[in-house]
Design a protein around this ligand. Structure first.
Ligand SMILES: Cc1cc2nc3c(=O)[nH]c(=O)nc-3n(C[C@H](O)[C@H](O)[C@H](O)COP(=O)(O)O)c2cc1C
Length: 238
């Protein structure tokens, strides 16, 4: 989460047992940077990052995490970009283990560019985009999607991401109107793919974490509970 999940934020979470932490999301090219400024102007402060020096910023944040000798997990960077090139550049940074293509952001300034969640509306374009990143990236590649977007066939998207040889699919199993994840969509995705699934949404305790894994996710991710500082369990014990 841009402006929130910087290196210090991630570093402070390492003792909870995470084996991957995610920096960003960042806007990585001119078009998304300009969209980010517009979003910031209407009060979404998490879009306030110094993209003009993005490479140096990410290098510094990743090092803050990797400097912790007791931890040997992975640093991922969530990125919004109209073209694959900036994502490929960031994949070459020494302490970046995973670049995550953001097919999740629903801010209109981003989707108007065909970026973020708009990528879900065009599975073959998404497939080519992911393949292009994967061909040249020096890190692993993840794709973050939001489930249950109207007009989107989630399983078709999963196949596109699998065909493109991504390493991870990160699924925000959001169920509109519900305060819990859509576990059924995780089960359906599990039946469709052998990809490593990172299940996300409304994980707040060991019970919801276990449920996500029981439904077929290989790993879990946590956002709001981590921001609130209400993580009450050791992930390595799940
Ligand atoms: C303030 C805020 C900022 C976010 N920014 C991003 C982002 O930049 N990129 C992204 O992929 N997801 C972003 N998310 C979504 C979260 O990563 C996560 O998918 C969502 O909050 C559901 O998970 P949770 O129930 O654990 O919070 C953001 C969420 C919040 C609350």
């Amino acid at each position: 989460m841009a402006g929130i999940t910087d290196g210090k934020f991630c570093r402070d979470l390492l003792t909870y047992g995470f084996d991957m932490v995610t920096l960003g999301g960042y806007n990585a090219d001119n078009a998304t940077i300009s969209a980010g400024s517009q979003i910031l102007a209407r009060g979404r402060s998490e879009f306030n990052v110094m993209e003009e020096k993005l490479i140096q910023h990410i290098e510094r944040q990743a090092l803050l995490i990797k400097d912790q000798d007791f931890w040997n997990g992975m640093v991922s960077v969530n990125l919004r970009s109209v073209t694959p090139e900036p994502i490929i550049e960031i994949s070459k940074l020494k302490n970046v283990d995973v670049v995550e293509i953001n097919a999740h952001c629903r801010q209109p300034e981003i989707t108007d560019l065909g970026c973020g969640q708009a990528l879900l509306k065009n599975p073959s374009y998404l497939e080519n985009f992911v393949r292009e990143v994967g061909k040249k990236a020096r890190s692993k590649v993840s794709v973050k999607i939001r489930a249950n977007v109207p007009g989107v066939d989630d399983l078709k998207i999963v196949k596109a991401i699998e065909n493109a040889d991504a390493d991870y699919i990160h699924v925000d199993a959001m169920k509109p109107g519900f305060d819990r994840a859509d576990y059924d969509i995780i089960k359906s995705i599990r039946n469709e793919t052998a990809l490593f699934i990172i299940g996300n949404n409304s994980i707040r305790d060991s019970e919801s974490a276990r449920k996500m894994l029981t439904c077929g996710a290989d790993g879990i991710s946590i956002a709001r509970a981590a921001i609130r500082g209400t993580l009450s369990f050791d992930l390595s014990q799940i």
